[in-house]
Design a protein around this ligand. Structure first.
Ligand code: NAD
Length: 496
């Protein structure tokens, strides 16, 4: 069976260590194995990154950008291969994988402009004959740890900007779907990146813990579930590292009585069930304001869900694919069971979907649950599956309070025709990314991505302008060239 190894100093390597099966979630079969890095392997990757750092740091910024331009072209050239690999291991349908890759490529495009982004700040004559400027220097070796749900895009949120800023990188991708991530990282060599600047170690907690504690790693970017994000953030901080750790979500959409209901229904379908709901920006809760709006919404959703197709990635007429593992399939079904046991009504039941020819796949069909209340476990926790829950609220204030009281604050959306209501909502909602009639308000690559509350630990958001700040440290230089005319005597106080 093929073994997915590690990329260290430009070479693909395998460990003598542990192996883990990688499944095709549509068939339920193990298609490959992934090597789980030992401490020694991760330390080798860090050493390779450290050795490559001095030369890469001093490589002119235009030459670093040139690597990114070539990398972007290679990603476009190999898009079909990458999307197939995503489908085989994640289960995403081709059109969805292509969207993921495109969003990743846009982050490479942003990194192509690194010369402009790193220009720094300059002030002339801050004192007599004194000039002062701030420059943004790279940190050294930085690490990224990424989740299964976007094996191409989320790593591309991180290393193109980190590398363009002059750092060297060690990536620890998800062990559940590692192939596309590895394939993409190898393209960097073809794009002209020197060996050792980009390294990939596959693995689990054992590998992650080395990255969190090794003193040579200066910063860690993490994306994944909230309990792990919190662990990563506190451990990295305790070890003196800069850290940004993006966590889980429970994204609500408020549906106002004046909303264009047909439009809201279409938008909700894609945002709730696209990618099997395995998106940190998936809309998993619709809060309908008023019973009349709720009844209309549920009736229209039920009707619109009839033609939805769940199936294998190989058939592009499918709307979404399986979930990632058998255990996750059981977890999602468990949440539907618990909502029902707690008194909610399962209006469309996806617990036992029939997918001809793929009887052993990890499928869950699109599920709609009405009359969910905030005390239910299925409301409080992230389900991360194709399940849309409807909660009823008496007023917009009550709907907003639910969102503001929830522990997560990643994304949200309001469907309305009322500009005043929309403005009030965006001003007062305690969430990092807000849509007005836009269900998935994922910021474009030249803004930054991040939630509030327990959806993000750290100060700076991912990619975009915040990533320049995250992957560099500011140095402020104050300069004077004394001449016989300006030479001064000793002074024991600040000049006044
Ligand atoms: P996960 O937290 O299980 O894994 C993420 C990474 O952490 C993986 O590389 C994994 O190997 C590693 N990891 C897992 N357990 C660990 C441990 N005990 N110690 C150290 N490292 C560990 O997340 P996942 O299931 O791969 O991804 C889904 C989650 O990611 C969801 O909660 C989703 O909301 C979240 N997510 C968030 C964003 C965001 O931007 N906020 C984006 C994508 C996904």
């Amino acid at each position: 069976m093929t073994i997915v190894g590690h990329l260290i100093n430009g070479e693909i390597r395998e460990d003598a260590g542990r192996l883990q099966d990688v499944f095709n979630p549509a068939t339920g079969e193990a298609s490959k194995q992934v090597a789980l890095a030992t401490k020694a392997t991760v330390e080798e990757a860090i050493a390779a990154a450290e050795a490559a750092y001095p030369a890469w740091r001093n490589t002119p910024v235009g030459k670093r950008a040139a690597v990114m331009f070539r990398f972007k072209a290679l990603l476009e050239q190999h898009a079909d291969t990458i999307c197939r690999m995503i489908g085989e291991e994640h289960g995403k349908i081709g059109h969805d994988a292509a969207g993921e890759l495109q969003r990743g490529i846009e982050n490479v495009e942003y990194a192509c402009g690194i010369a402009e982004l790193l220009k720094g700040e300059h002030s002339r004559n801050t004192g007599p004959g004194i000039d002062s400027w701030s420059e943004f220097q790279p940190l050294g070796v930085v690490a990224g740890i990424t989740p299964f749900n976007f094996p191409a895009m989320v790593p591309l949120w991180m290393y193109p900007m980190a590398i363009a800023c002059g750092n060297t990188f060690v990536l620890k991708p998800s062990e559940r779907d590692p192939s596309s991530t590895m394939f993409i990282a190898q393209l960097l060599k073809e794009a002209g990146l020197p060996d050792g600047v980009m390294n990939v170690v596959n693995g689990d907690k054992e590998a992650v813990d080395v990255l969190l504690t090794d003193q040579r790693v200066k910063a860690v970017s993490f994306v994944g579930s909230t309990p792990i994000a919190e662990y990563i953030y506190s451990t990295a901080n305790a070890n003196g590292k800069r850290c940004q750790a993006l966590g889980g979500a429970k994204n609500h959409a408020i549906v106002m009585p004046d909303a264009d209901m047909d439009n809201a229904v279409n938008q909700l379908l894609g945002a709730a069930f696209g990618s099997s709901g395995e998106r940190c920006m998936a809309l998993s809760v619709a809060v309908a304001v008023g019973d009349q709006a709720a009844d209309t919404l549920v009736a229209k959703l039920k009707e619109a869900m009839k033609p939805l197709k769940v199936g294998a990635y190989t058939d592009s007429s499918n709307d979404f694919g399986p979930v990632i593992t058998r255990a996750h399939q059981e977890k999602v079904v468990g949440y539907i069971n618990s909502a029902e046991a707690d008194g909610a009504s399962v209006v469309v039941d996806g617990r036992d979907p029939q997918v001809a020819g793929y009887e052993d796949g990890f499928f869950v069909g699109a599920t709609l649950i009405d009359n969910v209340t905030t005390d239910m476990v299925s409301y409080q926790e992230e389900i991360f599956g194709p399940v849309l829950q409807v909660v009823r609220a008496d007023s917009m204030e009550a709907a907003m309070k639910m969102i503001n009281d929830h522990e997560y604050g990643n994304g949200t959306c309001i469907f309305t025709r009322d500009g005043e209501a929309a403005r009030y909502f965006s001003d007062h909602i305690e969430v990092g990314m807000v849509g007005i009639n836009v269900p998935l308000p994922v910021p474009v690559s030249y803004h930054s991505f991040g939630g509030w509350k327990r959806s993000l630990f750290g100060d700076l958001h991912a990619y975009g302008p915040d990533s320049v700040r995250f992957y560099t440290k500011r140095k402020t230089i104050t300069q004077r060239w004394p001449s016989s005319g300006v030479r001064e005597g000793v002074s024991f106080s600040f000049p006044s």
